[in-house]
Design a protein around this ligand. Structure first.
Ligand code: IMP
Length: 195
């Protein structure tokens, strides 16, 4: 079994990825390798932050690893929150406050189109690889649903049936999700490496 550190401590993300990948890989979290410090995310782009996190784990802990960075880009807000997605409404990173700020910012605007983008940076055997996944959609007019996390209650995927991500089961969300798509690219790549 291939051991890879997934540079996150977000249990939602680890659960999503385990469900998607199955038993082929053993994923270690940051907690599993004793990394409790805050990993810097200080570049101006999502892909830059993904690279920065993976390099940090490799340099400081020595493990092959992958990291991911996700952003929500809302056209009616000139691409915001973008790289500021996690702390859009402030450093406490509150999903409730973030969603409220998005809905307030779009009040009265007709263009509610948006997309999630995920970048995964993999460091394996001395090389670095980048994988992207996207999900196009729109922002709802109010929060709907209890599932998922983050901006799920306000994001309606274009390929769905009008429900927000938070109104879907985990399996339904994975059919459309940006992270599932980026992960699928990572998995395809890893499968070719183990052949
Ligand atoms: P990060 O990539 O973990 O830094 O996440 C950035 C921000 O995007 C956080 O506020 C997350 O809650 C949010 N986010 C990441 N993935 C998703 C998702 O699949 N649905 C809703 N929000 C997400």
């Amino acid at each position: 079994m291939t051991k890879l550190v997934f540079a996150t401590n977000n249990p939602h993300k680890i659960a999503e990825i385990k469900a998607q990948v199955g038993d082929g890989y053993a994923f270690l979290s940051l907690q599993d390798i004793g990394c409790t410090e805050e990993i810097p995310e200080t570049t101006p782009t999502l892909e830059g932050n993904a690279r920065q996190k993976a390099r940090f784990v490799k340099e400081h802990y020595g493990y092959d690893c992958f990291s991911e960075d996700t952003g929500l880009e809302i056209d009616g807000l000139d691409g915001a929150p973008g790289v500021d997605t996690a702390h859009y409404a402030g450093p406490e990173r509150s999903a409730t406050a973030n969603n409220a700020k998005v809905l307030a910012g779009l009040a009265g605007k007709t263009n509610r189109s948006a997309r999630f983008r995920t970048f995964i940076c993999l460091i394996l055997e001395g090389k670095e690889y980048l994988f992207e996944g996207r999900c196009e959609g729109t922002i709802s007019t109010r929060e709907r649903g209890e599932q998922g996390f983050g901006y799920d209650p306000v994001f309606i995927p274009a390929e769905g049936d009008g429900r927000t991500f938070a109104e879907m089961t985990g399996a339904e969300k994975r059919r459309f999700s940006h992270r599932a798509r980026a992960m699928a690219r990572l998995e395809d790549f890893l499968a070719t490496k183990t052949k």
